[in-house]
Write a protein that binds this ligand. Structure first.
Ligand code: AHR
Length: 492
């Protein structure tokens, strides 16, 4: 039997709401069609942003949105994306499908989207093919309040008031698509570029250095050693890929039982990655001033048959919901170091919240996990003691359950639980110590088949429903989790 003790008296700091962040790149149908349809579109929109997607995204309280890439960021020249749209330069999106990018969604449109969503913008600058001056002027354009070439240009383009920008990334994946650099080379570039990304007036930037992927601990070591004092955050990228390699990642919907297990095992692996990268960071930053920013994570499968391989369009099943639930629990449980995470990506790309087909839109199982877990945003993390049974099958071993718990500002204790077993329900004894509660409610996201998903024909195959499979006796809950389930219990 799995055992969980929640110590409500032992608070472990705030879970930064930015752990529930998102990422929208100029990639496939992520921005164009997924978010931006333009003012003239027959799809109902507000200033060019489609209304259905906007409303759905508002409901999950997106705290921060990363843009414009990804690999696209290191080829993006922001000056191409301002001014009258009909005059904007058309370019080739060389990294993603070689399609024409008309630059209709640029700086003004992105900042407007963030305002509409109530999300903090997180802008990723171009180190790979951009200049120091270009990056410096972007910040002046965005945030300088007064007379200057860039601020005047912003006003000419219809925006007098400067915006506030907090999060700024100095490049992306600079070990790969962002310039194929060594960590030593990038550390120097980082120091150079960030010097000229200025704080104007009271706009105070949180500067994020491009970090490692997977288990490249040396990258983290070199960056912390050489550039640690110049950064506020250091990124980490990790994708859950069940297949053998990048050319054979596996299908999002058509997969064997063994792939379920591989996926769960690989989703859990991010716990080890965070622990080990954090250990390196601790060596140079014992006070944990520098945040670990997991600004790309999620599942990555083969694209849906018949779709453009460069568009990274994939379906999303209950398996994705489990990966989301497990990953978010892990991030919550590392909230002393993990200050932000941005799932890849918001609409129509990789592990998306939303899929669209022209005027139609569906919410994915992953969306529902973000909606259920939003209670953890800025809540106080509670100490846990977890004894989880190990699942061992198909050559994989991983804990059968995943848990995190927090106390919201209104005093509610929220506990998120995942059962990773695809075939069997699991029992859990939940001992809540320190505080008495008299009322328990719960919601569950589950499915009958491991590849169950929502479609444009059946958009509500998977959605959260009330959960009642628990007994409450003197602050101890006996819970029965269905197979393949994500549950959030709320205790008052
Ligand atoms: O999210 C898709 C791509 O994955 C991003 O552009 C890149 O940073 C990463 O390799």
């Amino acid at each position: 039997m799995n055992k969980v003790i929640v110590n409500t008296d032992v608070k472990q700091g705030t879970i930064n709401k930015n752990i529930y962040g998102h990422f929208a790149e100029h990639l496939g149908r992520g921005i164009y069609e997924g978010i931006w349809v333009g003012e003239e579109s027959s799809i109902p929109n507000t200033n060019g942003v489609r209304n259905d997607v906007l409303e759905a995204l508002k409901a999950i309280d997106i705290p921060v949105l990363r843009w414009p890439g990804g690999c696209f960021a290191d080829e993006y020249h922001w000056k191409d994306g301002i001014g009258p749209r009909e005059n904007r330069k058309r370019m080739v999106n060389t990294h993603w499908g070689g399609v024409t990018e008309n630059n209709h969604f640029g700086t003004h449109e992105f900042m407007m989207l963030c305002e509409m969503l109530g999300a903090e913008p997180y802008i990723c600058g171009n180190v790979g093919s951009g200049t120091v001056q270009e990056m410096s002027e972007w910040m002046e354009y965005l945030t300088f309040d007064g007379e200057s070439p860039m601020a005047n240009w912003r006003a000419e383009n219809g925006r007098d008031e400067p915006w506030k920008v907090k999060y700024f990334g100095v490049g992306n994946e600079n070990w790969g698509c962002g310039g194929n650099m060594s960590p030593e080379f990038y550390a120097n570039f980082y120091k150079l570029y960030q010097t000229y990304v200025r704080n104007y007036g009271d706009n105070k930037l949180y500067k994020i250095a491009g970090g490692a992927h997977d288990d490249d601990y040396n990258w983290t070591e070199v960056l912390m050693r050489e550039a640690g004092p110049h950064m506020d955050g250091l990124s980490l990228h990790y994708y859950t890929i069940p297949g053998k390699n990048w050319n054979n990642k596996g299908s999002a919907t058509d997969f064997a039982e063994g792939e379920w297990d591989t996926t769960m095992q690989r989703a859990f692996y991010i716990d080890e990655l965070i622990t080990k990268h954090a250990t390196v960071m601790d060596k140079y930053d014992p006070d944990k001033r520098v945040g670990m920013i997991i600004d790309e994570w999620g599942t990555w499968f083969d694209v849906e048959p018949g779709t453009n391989p460069g568009f990274l369009y994939q379906q999303n099943t209950i398996r994705d919901a489990l990966v989301a639930g497990v990953s978010l629990n892990i991030f919550n449980n590392h909230s002393d170091r993990v200050q932000m995470a941005n799932i890849a990506q918001t609409v129509n790309v990789l592990q998306a919240m939303i899929l669209t087909d022209q005027e139609k839109m569906i919410l994915t199982p992953t969306y529902h996990v973000f909606e259920m877990y939003k209670v953890h945003q800025n809540a106080e993390r509670l100490a846990l003691d977890v004894e989880a049974e190990t699942v061992q099958q198909n050559g994989q071993a991983f804990p059968g359950i995943s848990v995190s718990a927090s106390k919201a500002q209104d005093g509610t204790i929220n506990i998120s639980l995942c059962n990773l077993e695809k075939a069997s329900k699991t029992k859990l004894s939940l001992d809540v110590r320190g505080e008495q509660f008299s009322h328990v409610s719960g919601r569950v996201l589950t499915a009958d088949k491991m590849n169950e998903h929502n479609t444009f024909e059946q958009p509500e195959n998977i959605k959260p429903i009330d959960f009642k499979s628990f007994k409450n006796e003197e602050n101890k809950l006996d819970v029965e989790l269905p197979p393949m389930s994500v549950v959030v219990l709320s205790l008052n």
